[in-house]
Design a protein around this ligand. Structure first.
Ligand SMILES: Cc1ncc(COP(=O)(O)O)c(C=O)c1O
Length: 412
């Protein structure tokens, strides 16, 4: 095993010491929401108890609230590789922000225009675009998957791009199969034809370094509650585009960035928690970072996280290979750089609900169903039962993987 400081990491997450029937809970439900380090909960509490106010006033707590908002913008810019904190918009969750952006973008779409979505995506990166296209009279096309390993069929996607395409909506990684998509390749192909690209990085962000500059995308969304923060969504967009597009907003609220896209009052306590979550991640790489910048620390942290998670994925997939289950995703170790530690399975003799209940009774928390990656379970003919998702994060351990495998063995 690597030198990943797993004990020091776990000590920061109070939830990990919770027990059921005298045994610690195993949280493999991370893709639906991670646990938070104490520093995040402390930041939320500190804001609410000492700085609570609305923004843009002239008195101390309001000015402190503005400072939290600015600091959250800087933290997210560092996390996403953006150079302008004004390009960061906060909201309640990714779905709400995506609906807002899709509706605003669709104001310039018309009959004959096309929008390209994929069958691998969470529905939050499908339905907002489908509805916006419907309202504008535009056509929706859908890129297929490769069912054998639940990856995106890139050739199919590229063949569906043309000079009528206005927007491509892709995920950075699947919240179901864990497959990673070649975002930069898609962006280059889309831009060559004049289309913009929206990236759903919700599932990717807890595991790997997002880099909007390197990817070259136009918009990107993620959710802080998946990367060890509070329940908040984050939208990044090219600042010139966010300035240009007409947002659905109230008349008195500012027309300038970043406020323009943030409808209503924000969860300022949540924003304080977002800063703490990004700082927590950066702290995991601080010792290795060659430069003192938070971005450099984050890059180092994700290198450590990625290497450690890959070790866990290897033991998990090795163990699953000897059981009566089918893995819906990449299983070839030579291709592990194309997947995250999110493993969806079906059992030969038990329904996903039965498997999840069997594990829950042993204190092992996994998700079952389609986890809103509906087009994928439909393509695999797995509706209505779906699959079982074992979602690992960097606070999980090899012992926990062994506990899961032993519990699944009882079902043989
Ligand atoms: C890949 C992916 N995209 C989008 C979403 C929706 O995110 P939110 O709950 O912030 O709207 C999720 C939530 O599970 C997800 O996993």
């Amino acid at each position: 095993m690597s030198q990943f400081p797993i004990d020091a990491v776990r000590n920061q997450f109070p939830a990990l010491s919770r027990e059921i029937d005298g045994r610690p809970v195993v949280y493999f439900d991370g893709p639906a929401g991670s646990q938070v380090p104490l520093s995040v909960a402390d930041a939320v509490r500190d804001y609410l108890l000492k700085h609570n106010a609305n923004s843009h006033g002239v008195f101390a707590t309001s000015r402190e609230t503005d400072a939290v908002l600015e600091s959250a913008g800087r933290a997210m810019a560092d996390l996403l590789g953006a150079d302008d904190p004004r390009s960061i918009t906060f909201g309640p969750n990714m779905t709400t922000l995506t609906f807002a952006l899709s509706r605003a973008l669709a104001q310039s779409w018309a009959t004959g225009d096309e929008v390209l979505v994929t069958r691998l995506d969470h529905d939050a990166n499908v339905t907002p675009w489908v509805l916006a296209a419907r309202d504008a009279g535009a056509t929706v096309r859908q890129a297929e998957i490769r069912p054998e390993d639940c990856t995106l069929d890139i050739d199919d996607l590229l063949s569906k791009l043309n000079d009528k395409t206005r927007l491509v909506a892709i995920g950075a990684a699947s919240n179901s199969s864990g497959s990673i998509n070649p975002v930069r390749r898609v962006v280059e192909a889309a831009h060559a034809l004049g289309a913009e690209v929206f990236v759903d990085a919700v599932h990717y962000a807890p595991h790997a370094l997002v880099d909007v500059a390197q990817w070259g995308c136009d918009y990107l969304a993620c959710s802080a509650y998946k990367f060890f923060g509070p329940h908040m969504g984050v939208l990044w967009g090219r600042p010139e585009r966010l300035e240009q597009i007409a947002a659905y907003k109230l008349r008195p609220s500012p027309n300038s960035l970043p406020d323009k896209w943030m409808t209503g009052t924000q969860s300022f306590e949540g924003l304080a928690g977002v800063v703490a979550a990004v700082d927590y991640l950066a702290s995991l790489g601080a010792a290795d970072a060659s430069s003192a910048s938070r971005r450099a620390s984050l890059a180092a942290a994700y290198r450590e996280i990625g290497a450690y998670e890959q070790e866990l994925t290897t033991s998990l997939l090795d163990g699953l290979a000897g059981l009566s289950v089918k893995v819906h995703g990449v299983t070839d170790p030579a291709r592990f750089d194309q997947r995250l530690p999110t493993v969806s399975i079906t059992h030969c003799g038990r329904t996903p609900t039965e498997v999840a209940e069997h594990l829950a009774a042993r204190g092992i928390f996994v998700w079952h169903g389609n986890y809103y990656a509906l087009a994928l379970t439909e393509a695999l003919d797995l509706e209505p039962d779906g699959m079982v998702r074992i979602g690992l994060l960097h606070y999980n351990t090899a012992d926990e993987v062994a506990r899961l495998l032993a519990a699944l063995k009882e079902l043989e």
